[in-house]
Design a binder for this molecule. Structure first.
Ligand code: C5P
Ligand code: C5P
Length: 464
């Protein structure tokens, strides 16, 4: 069955339901998936309740209600079908809309999953949107929300823009008038809200000598090329700069990279802006919008993120902005902690245990950010305690596209090793996580390192 047939069948199944529970993930992709599905179903007159979980695992399964409602699992479920089976969920009462690697199960739950079809750059929100559009073509207003989910799950990162079915969704948003695409834009985070010198200094993809990791250097660079403030605080905000000024900055950055003999292709990306949102607010920009949602989810208020996706710009947005400030501060602190304390580097892995200092919902994000400042050739593993269950440890891993192309598959490693140790895990080749019993950390590190080594040697690649 192709992805189109799966989408059609999912829409047909949904059309037969009257009472649905959506179980979704707390991150930006999960929140946007839930918004898209619950909006689309409500528009069809179907009664919908939603439940957000940090992850589908034995500890959180009690959050899946034991009622007669039809269950849609979004942005999770594919890797945890055994848990659904264990809960006694019948295949006729379940639909999975997910982009995680599937794990075998004797009950055949129907899935819309892009991975077996080779679409690796489409998130669950993208899939949810395809189903919503099949339910009713008028749902194209939800394209904007799907773009936020796709971008939030890093689907635009490798190719500096969305591709394949995720890119087609962008076209729906453009036709709808809710999305504006900027091509050959600056590939930096924060271009709608942060002062440009901060965006440039925080960015290291590509690394620009004298500018990356160097706030004063970035400021001097802008001064030298005569770019001056364009917002009320006299700060330079990239999105609001006139075309000529943006061109001048890009040319100067290209020159700087060329002078150092570095490639400049990753300096450019496609940016997705939302003209209906206020200039200078994070909601203007798909990447920054996704961070607002991640902040809500990771601080246990995914419902607030959902309200913002549905258009709330008053109380929910005010609360979300507070969470965003806190989210950024804690991630910055975590990043500094990882870099200051230092990771333990072994043959095929670098790892760190942060104890109970940081919440399990953000350690993976921090590890991903730290990796670009560490030895990016070796995957990073970060571990922490789970506050609500002292018998468990959360493990998060991140690597880079380059290392994945060399044969590394974190999902496979994490899944195998956590199972060996009596835990459970999953995710993607590039980013994966697991829960493992406390006390098994050392064995986890050892086995993960071994399996990573095996993956690399099978592909015949070393680290140097
Ligand atoms: O569960 P899920 O797929 O939503 O996890 C997404 C996480 O994986 C994000 O925190 C993101 O940082 C990471 N990720 C990544 N690169 C990708 C895909 C996901 O870093 N290509
Ligand atoms: O939690 P973290 O951001 O590290 O998750 C990275 C990826 O691993 C996500 O796609 C998440 O859904 C997945 N994961 C999983 N099972 C876990 C923990 C994380 O499938 N127990």
């Amino acid at each position: 069955m192709g992805i189109d047939s799966e989408v059609t069948r999912a829409a047909d199944i949904i059309n037969e339901q009257q009472d649905v529970t959506i179980i979704s993930h707390i991150d930006a992709d999960g929140i946007t998936s839930e918004t898209i599905l619950s909006e689309a179903l409500t528009r069809e007159g179907i009664s919908v309740k939603s439940v957000f979980v940090r992850q589908l695992e034995p500890l959180t399964m009690h959050q899946v209600p034991e009622d007669r409602s039809f269950k849609i699992f979004a942005d999770l479920g594919a890797g945890q079908q055994n848990l659904l089976q264990g809960k006694g969920l019948h295949s006729e009462k379940v639909l999975i809309i997910d982009h995680h690697v599937s794990q075998p199960c004797t009950t055949e739950y129907f899935q819309v999953n892009c991975i077996p079809h080779g679409y690796l750059k489409l998130s669950a929100a993208g899939l949810a949107y395809l189903v919503a559009r099949r339910l009713n073509p008028d749902n194209h207003d939800l394209a904007k929300i799907a773009i936020i989910g796709n971008v939030g799950d890093m689907m635009a990162r490798e190719h500096c823009g969305l591709t394949g079915p995720a890119r087609e969704i962008v076209e729906d948003g453009v036709s709808d008038g809710s999305v504006l695409v900027r091509q050959h834009d600056l590939n930096c985070y924060g271009t709608s809200t942060r002062p440009l010198h901060v965006c440039l200094a925080y960015n290291d993809d590509p690394f620009i000598s004298g500018i990356s990791n160097n706030i004063d250097g970035a400021r001097r660079f802008l001064k030298k090329i005569n770019i001056s403030g364009n917002d009320s605080r006299r700060e330079i905000i990239w999105e609001g700069l006139p075309f000529d000024a943006r061109k001048k900055v890009m040319s100067a950055l290209v020159e700087q990279l060329m002078a150092n003999g570095e490639p400049f292709d990753r300096l450019f990306c496609e940016t997705y802006l939302f003209p209906g949102e206020t200039v200078g607010e994070p909601l203007r920009n798909a990447q920054e919008f996704a961070t607002v949602l991640n902040a809500c989810g990771r601080w246990a208020r995914p419902d607030i993120g959902g309200a913002i996706c549905r258009g709330d710009r008053s109380i929910a947005y005010r609360d979300a902005k507070k969470m965003l400030t806190n989210h950024r501060a804690v991630i910055r602190e975590l990043l500094e902690y990882i870099l200051d304390k230092g990771v333990v580097e072994i043959s095929d892995l670098q790892h760190i245990h942060v104890g109970n200092r940081y919440p399990d919902t953000i350690v993976g994000i921090g590890a991903g950010m730290a990796l670009s400042k560490l030895n990016w050739r070796k995957p990073i593993l970060i571990m922490c305690q789970l506050p609500e269950d002292p018998s468990l440890i959360k493990a998060s891993m991140r690597t880079t596209e380059r290392v994945v192309s060399e044969g590394v598959d974190l999902q496979d490693v994490v899944n195998r090793v956590s199972e060996e140790l009596g835990g459970s895990g999953g995710g993607h080749k590039i980013a994966a996580g697991a829960y493992i019993p406390r006390g098994s950390e050392e064995r986890f590190v050892k086995r993960v390192n071994e399996l990573l080594g095996e993956q690399r040697s099978q592909k015949g690649s070393g680290y140097r």
